[in-house]
Design a protein around this ligand. Sequence first.
Ligand SMILES: C[C@](O)(CO)[C@H](O)COP(=O)(O)OP(=O)(O)OC[C@H]1O[C@@H](n2ccc(N)nc2=O)[C@H](O)[C@@H]1O
Ligand SMILES: Nc1ncnc2c1ncn2[C@@H]1O[C@H](COP(=O)(O)OP(=O)(O)OP(=O)(O)O)[C@@H](O)[C@H]1O
Length: 304
Amino acid sequence: MEPMPHKEKYEYQGSCLVVNAPAKLNLFLLIAGKRSDGFHEIDTLMTKVSWYDSLRLEEGSSPGIELECRGRFWAPEDESNLVLKAGKLIFSELGLSEPNLKITLTKNIPAGTGLGSASSDCAAAIDGIDSFFSLNLSSEFKHSAACKLGSDIPFFLQASPAARCTGRGEKVQAVDLPLSDIVFQIFVPDFTCSTAKVYSKYKHSEKEYEEKLSEVNYALKQGYAEKICRLGINMLERACFKAFPEAEEFAEMQNNGEKLALSGSGSAFYRFFTINKLENYKKNAKIKNYSALGGSRLVSSNSW
Ligand SMILES: C[C@](O)(CO)[C@H](O)COP(=O)(O)OP(=O)(O)OC[C@H]1O[C@@H](n2ccc(N)nc2=O)[C@H](O)[C@@H]1O
Ligand SMILES: Nc1ncnc2c1ncn2[C@@H]1O[C@H](COP(=O)(O)OP(=O)(O)OP(=O)(O)O)[C@@H](O)[C@H]1O
């Protein structure tokens, strides 16, 4: 079993443009408290990984944006899909009527699993529409559109493999962290976790936040991705287990006694190996395919 292959962001197929939309993992997730607008102030390090949805953009047969969803996993085909929302928002903010555009979304990554696939699809739609129609949208315009549609979307718009995201997630600072010799194994259960429900169960402890912040800052200063991953800090984990007890059960069943890290608000978990250790794990046949919704996937950090 090898890590899933990396893809370029854009593929040109005749007059069609294909945009690949990677999943993300939260390498740490701190919660600094609840804000007066109901959102939580977060501090998270995210990396994009080599598991992709894809959006194919081509000329449509009638005016307006048409969306078709395909692939192993479900996504809404109506206006609640963030891909359609992004398209509509862009043309309405530009004061333009919607062009003849057909988007085919191939859903390879399940939503509601903490892997950010709906957010990534949305960012890919923003970049893809900009590129397909040569709109030359400014990064401020795209960032502002992304913020209107969701907290994780700005992360997927910026062009670096890893970033530290603060505020409600929209303040994105690229982080230069050597991640290329790390392989992640993602476990995807056959249930999903609602992000809103997980946040609603979160109970803040300032002391815990301060302690975990100094742990991650210390690890970041040392500059080794492995040290950060080894901490496995996700301050939403308890809330996730409270809201979805099956998540705790799932993590215990998969891990052979080893602690797995939760990505985002769940339901996916992951563990990591440095590439040299991966060879040993393979020899000992400890990497299995699990018969969960999405099984398990080996991925590595994306290069863009
Ligand atoms: C858990 C993470 O994936 C970590 O990266 C993100 O914080 C979630 O980001 P997201 O899925 O883009 O979330 P949004 O779609 O913006 O918000 C969904 C719901 O999650 C809660 N929410 C989200 C982000 C945040 N910083 N604080 C919150 O309390 C709010 O109840 C919100 O109504
Ligand atoms: N492109 C899309 N793909 C899948 N679901 C989408 C999409 N656009 C909107 N949705 C809706 O969003 C819901 C999932 O939102 P959610 O934020 O949990 O997904 P996610 O991107 O996997 O993020 P998270 O990391 O928070 O789990 C779906 O149940 C669906 O109703």
